[in-house]
Design a protein around this ligand. Structure first.
Ligand code: PLP
Ligand code: COI
Length: 340
């Protein structure tokens, strides 16, 4: 029985569900893993994650399709990216095939928490792992906990698909040759002060420039950036080692090129080029595609021509195609949809 929740009024916040998944790494190997109804974690006060932030995570969603199936979108790519994150942080990767199986298992166990088709809500899936045992010298842990929590969520930005305003912050989220390209918890710790400052100043998000020269567009705290130009014919998206390789962005680029006949430019994008763009969007699992209407660079305003009232027409086509695939209204490219 589906839970008695007003799905349409959910925002993007945590709510405890029935089960989480947990597996421990000890003596050089991962245990078999299991579901647990215990949503708390107990560990040493000197655990590596508490002292040196040795942690990484992922984010994906389960959707109810139009014909009532429960599906996940490209979880194999989350598994891969989490393994990349783990290696960069000197953690043992959780095996990629087991990652996908564990996602299925935990969604199945929480099936009543998957929001119904058309409700505007989805089940957010958050795999994460961290250094568990105590260390005091700076070194990686020997024991790790891998967990998956799930929680039903609504839109990441209040107002759903309404255009947002982003500002150029005075902070960087990642260093050159640092960890911007992986999903390490520490990147998000770095973004907490800038995001709170942005909110205090009335902006929705920070649009980070490249940390080395501050001349190129990178991404926001929780999403990649896409631009539309040439009367809707071209999609431009920044390329940089310090940007997280978004699965949503990679999927959108594929859709633009192969389904909508657009040209895709994945390349360094100068901030000075932005006034040439017709539409702009933030894309990610949480953000889906959230349109940007305006950029504020220390008081200098760049108005995106698609405006503050609604999504631009090409962004809308991309949004409708992406969500159509995720919700089973449009035939998915081979291997994109995993049934639970
Ligand atoms: N960039 C950052 C910094 C993120 O946190 C996320 C969210 O996962 C994304 C981009 C979007 O990535 P994905 O589309 O894989 O969710
Ligand atoms: C996601 O889109 O899954 C994210 O992780 C972004 C944000 C919630 C951190």
């Amino acid at each position: 029985m589906a839970k008695d929740i007003d799905w349409g009024s959910l925002d993007f916040s945590y709510r405890e569900t029935d089960y989480s998944y947990v597996s421990m790494y000890k003596d050089g190997k991962w245990d078999e893993g299991k579901l647990t109804g215990d949503h708390t974690v107990t560990m040493s006060e000197c655990a590596c994650v508490l002292q040196y932030s040795q942690s990484c995570f992922e984010g994906l969603k389960a959707y109810t399709t139009e014909d009532g199936r429960i599906v996940c979108f490209r979880p194999d790519l989350n598994a891969q990216r989490m393994a990349d994150s783990a290696r960069r942080l000197e953690m043992p990767p959780f095996p990629e095939d087991r990652f996908v199986d564990a996602v299925r298992e935990v969604v199945k166990a929480n099936i009543d928490w998957v929001p119904p088709y058309g409700s505007g809500a989805t089940l957010y899936i958050r795999p994460y792992m961290f250094g568990y045992n105590s260390v005091i010298g700076v070194k990686p842990a020997d024991e790790y906990m891998f967990r998956i929590l799930v929680t039903p969520v609504g839109p990441y930005f209040k107002g759903g698909a309404k255009p947002v305003v982003v500002r150029i912050p005075d902070f960087d989220r990642a260093a050159p040759h640092g960890t911007g390209g992986i999903k390490a918890g520490l990147n998000y710790a770095m973004s907490l002060h800038p995001i709170m400052e942005a909110h205090r100043e009335g902006f929705n998000e920070n649009m980070y420039l490249d940390p080395a020269t501050r001349t190129k567009v990178e991404e926001t705290g929780g999403a990649n950036i896409i631009f539309i130009k040439d009367h809707g014919k071209t999609l431009v998206t920044p390329k940089s080692d310090s940007i997280l390789p978004s699965i949503t962005r990679r999927s959108i680029c594929w859709i633009a090129e192969n389904m909508l006949g657009m040209k895709v430019e994945h390349r360094p994008v100068l901030f000075s080029e932005v006034p040439e763009m017709e539409e702009m969007g933030l894309c990610g699992t949480a953000a889906v595609i959230s349109p940007v209407g305006q950029i504020n660079d220390h008081g200098r305003i760049i108005n995106i021509p698609s405006g503050m009232d609604e999504m631009g027409p090409t962004t809308k086509k991309l949004y409708d195609t992406l969500t159509g695939i995720q919700m089973g209204r449009i035939k998915a490219p081979e291997g994109w949809i995993f049934e639970v």
